[in-house]
Ligand binder design. Structure first.
Ligand SMILES: Cc1cc2nc3c(=O)[nH]c(=O)nc-3n(C[C@H](O)[C@H](O)[C@H](O)COP(=O)(O)O)c2cc1C
Length: 392
């Protein structure tokens, strides 16, 4: 048998504090510090604890050269080597893990970015419930306990030392900005028209043309910019209430401006999946169309190999797409949202995405705003809720 270390690995010394009554009664703080090493790797669903001895072994193993097991046990303790195989940090040649590791390696991730991406994916998290629990255990008023926030602006000059600029004239774009308010109240009784749905999708996600940047390198031209012009982020949809589109999962084809059906859903199944996608944020579940921004890492990293900025650039692309969707929806009198609190793993499973090649970075959506406001919307300009008074 031959083995090698997994390609991407980060070792984190973590401290956990445990309450101990004896320590308190003997005059101490009552807190016992527990220090341990944790291994983070894209190959693992969760961080795993490793011993200091295992850390030392990991540091001595090659991530690129297969080594004979017999040779390794002559140098390192078999017990530590076996533990590392069990934990998925030492990979056995010709296994599924080896194939996955090869795929990750072939994607040209920057190591720190790969760790960052895979360590921040959620599965089955209810973010609203988790926040409620923190609030309860913290005594109910988390904001109060956090103290005052950083100032709203970091001022670099006294008010009278600032150079005033001419006011921006009013414009259609400014009007649109003023009407954009993140929506958390969608109208369950109405459907989007096919035209509304299709227009918002096209404005934000549709390609205006395809052009060969170089022979064999076609690029899309869209209304939004994208790092390297690569447009590696695509729209995967959970459609709930759109005239002429059955509830279900779809992929949007940006060149043909067409839907590719992936799975039909009943209304209940759609709502259940929507709740999973947005990690229990009920106010987004009712959106008529939920649009998951899925980035194809391999396409970006094809050009930006092992690049320090590539992952950041991909996430920035998503912001542009989302804002375009917000404005396109607002222009039609519709409303939109974005959330980063998402269950990436559940989304990957629902759409059958291979997380080693592509992954969701945000969930967005749009639809018709309800006439009644039940959930918080932050509208200090009273752009959509004229008679609203705080709290927002
Ligand atoms: C990257 C990003 C992540 C966000 N995540 C959430 C979220 O998890 N839940 C939520 O209710 N709103 C989320 N929002 C929406 C913000 O709360 C919202 O933009 C903010 O309250 C300001 O309101 P406005 O968009 O109406 O101006 C997110 C916005 C951005 C840009």
């Amino acid at each position: 048998m031959r083995v090698r270390r997994c390609t991407f690995l980060c070792l984190e010394p973590r401290e956990q504090l445990e309450f101990d009554l004896e320590l308190l009664t003997s005059g101490g703080s009552g807190l016992r510090e527990m220090l341990g090493w944790y291994a983070l790797s894209p190959n693992l669903a969760n961080a795993v604890e490793v011993s200091a001895n295992e850390v030392a072994v990991l540091g001595a193993l090659s991530p690129s050269q297969w080594r004979e097991w017999e040779d390794l046990i002559a140098i390192h303790s078999p017990e530590h080597l076996e533990a590392l195989v069990r934990k998925g940090l030492l990979i056995v040649e010709n296994s599924q893990q080896a194939a996955d590791d090869d795929k990750l390696r072939g994607t040209h991730w920057r190591a720190a970015s790969a760790i960052m991406h895979y360590a921040s994916r959620w599965r089955g998290i209810d973010a609203v419930e988790a926040l409620k629990q923190i609030n309860e255990t913290e005594g109910g008023d988390l904001l109060f306990k956090l103290g005052t926030p950083e100032p709203v602006v970091r001022e670099r000059a006294a008010p009278d030392a600032r150079q005033p600029l001419p006011a921006a004239p009013s414009s259609a774009l400014e009007e649109l900005f003023l009407r954009r308010v993140t929506c958390r109240n969608f109208d369950l009784s109405r459907s989007l028209t096919l035209e509304q749905f299709s227009t918002v999708l096209y404005r934000a996600w549709g390609a205006r043309t395809v052009h060969d940047y170089a022979p064999g390198v076609p690029l899309l031209k869209k209304g939004v910019p994208s790092a390297g012009g690569l447009h590696t982020t695509e729209a995967y949809l959970l459609v709930q209430r759109v005239d002429g589109v059955a509830p279900g999962l779809y992929h949007y084809h940006p060149i043909d401006h067409a839907l590719e059906s992936m799975r039909a859903l009943s209304a209940d199944e759609a709502a259940t999946l929507a709740r999973q996608f947005v990690a229990g944020q009920n106010y987004f579940v009712d959106a008529h169309a939920i649009v998951v921004a899925v980035s194809r890492f391999r396409r970006n990293f094809w050009k930006y190999r092992n690049h320090a900025k590539a992952y950041r650039a991909i996430t920035l692309d998503v912001g542009h797409l989302s804002q375009a969707q917000y404005l396109a929806a607002t222009e039609l009198g519709l409303a939109a949202f974005i959330t980063a609190a998402i269950n990436e793993v559940d989304i990957e499973l629902a759409f059958g995405l291979d997380p080693l090649e592509e992954g969701p970075l945000a969930v967005t959506g749009f639809g018709i705003r309800a006439a009644q406001r039940k959930e918080v919307e932050w509208d200090p300009l009273h752009a959509v809720w004229p008679d609203s008074t705080g709290p927002y």
